[in-house]
Design a protein around this ligand. Structure first.
Ligand code: AMP
Ligand code: TRP
Length: 336
């Protein structure tokens, strides 16, 4: 039996930050040996909110280079750009026509983002999860590793697949395979540097709230110097009244590769004045190899483009037959 397949993606909007790395990419790297991985830049999703056409292409390349710089290994993984594989948009249309509108109106992320955008909500924002279902089902993955926030979209994906199977397949011969979500129970949830109760996020207006993977040592030092702290003496984990303290200790623990017990003991009598330089130095050290590798990849002419070209071909080899299967089930005249 071959390896199981996993599929996941990140939108190439804004800079990738520590949350994206510790919450998503690092997990892909940890499990990649055991799976056949398909990882993509969700650039079709990136235009569901207003976007800047001058940076979209470059952002896709940057995210691809960061996947590689963070340790994604092309011997186990295929990296591709969503919009390079036309089947995503085409299958999304077919799914759109079998998806009840009220399923989409119930999506939490839609409601949240729609509120933020006020009057100008595009139809694409509503249909976003249908495109995501197409992204996933095209590759017939066994598992889809995502953060907790994507759980509802994966349930919708399964619902769309089940509905299509029910309407156009048979029990013995389902058209689409239902994938399982792979949601880490105690995954690293990295919080904002300016508010320990909020997730670190690309869309936070303040850049001081996050550490981007490509921040310079000076930027990192500046952000940690300015980050929110509190007044009690000594530092400890898991105190609901000290969310910033827990977040910063957790970052130090993960980035230094030490256990919670060791960090708890090391830092119990520290003040912020002593801890912040330690965290700064650890963070700069942990990001340096990623940044060095990133620049190496970006500086090698043609390398990234060849990775993405190969990725497109490998992705299409799986996606196109699935699309053809669905079109056949829906009764389309296929080209001869
Ligand atoms: P996004 O930046 O929302 O496109 O998310 C891309 C991936 O990174 C998803 O799998 C998220 O679950 C993960 N992610 C984003 N922000 C964080 C965070 N602050 N902590 C942990 N994981 C995150
Ligand atoms: N919606 C996902 C996010 O915001 C990104 C995404 C798009 C995705 N298509 C996907 C994730 C398919 C997993 C599988 O993080």
């Amino acid at each position: 039996m071959g390896k199981q397949r996993i599929l996941s993606g990140i939108q190439p909007t804004g800079e990738l930050h520590l949350g994206n790395y510790l919450g998503a990419i690092r997990n892909w790297v940890e499990i990649q040996q055991s799976y056949d991985s398909y990882l993509f830049m969700a650039d079709l999703h990136a235009i569901t909110v207003p976007h800047d056409p001058n940076v979209l292409a470059e952002n896709s390349r940057r995210v691809a280079a960061l996947y590689l710089a963070c340790g994604i290994d092309l011997n186990h993984a295929t990296i591709f750009v969503q919009s390079h594989v036309a089947a995503h948009a085409e299958l999304a249309w077919l799914f759109m026509c079998i998806t009840p509108l009220n399923w989409l109106e119930d999506m939490i992320q839609f409601k949240e983002k729609a509120v933020k955008q006020g009057e100008n909500v595009g139809a694409g924002l509503l249909c976003y999860p249908v495109l995501q279902a197409a992204d996933i089902l095209l590759y017939e993955p066994d598992k889809v590793p995502v953060g907790e926030d994507q759980k509802q979209h994966l349930e919708l994906t399964r619902d769309i697949a089940a509905r299509l199977n029910y309407q156009f397949g048979s029990e013995e011969q389902p058209v689409l395979k239902l994938p399982d979500p792979m949601i880490r129970k105690e995954g690293a949830r990295v919080m904002s540097l300016t508010d320990g109760t909020k997730k670190m996020s690309k869309s936070d207006p303040s850049d001081l709230s996050r550490i981007n993977l490509l921040d310079t040592p000076d930027q990192i030092a500046h952000k940690i110097k300015r980050c929110k702290t509190d007044s009690p003496r000594g530092l400890w984990f898991d105190d609901a009244d000290r969310p910033e303290c827990n977040n910063l200790l957790t970052l130090y623990m993960i980035l230094s590769g030490q256990t919670k017990e060791v960090v708890a003991t090391e830092c119990q009598d520290m003040g912020w004045g002593q801890f912040k330089p330690l965290l700064t130095e650890t963070m700069i050290g942990a990001l340096k190899p990623i940044q060095d590798k990133y620049h190496e990849i970006m500086d090698e002419p043609g390398y990234l483009d060849s990775v993405l070209k190969q990725g497109k071909e490998k992705a299409e080899a799986i996606a196109n037959p699935t699309l053809a299967k669905v079109k056949k089930a829906l009764g389309y005249l296929l080209p001869s």
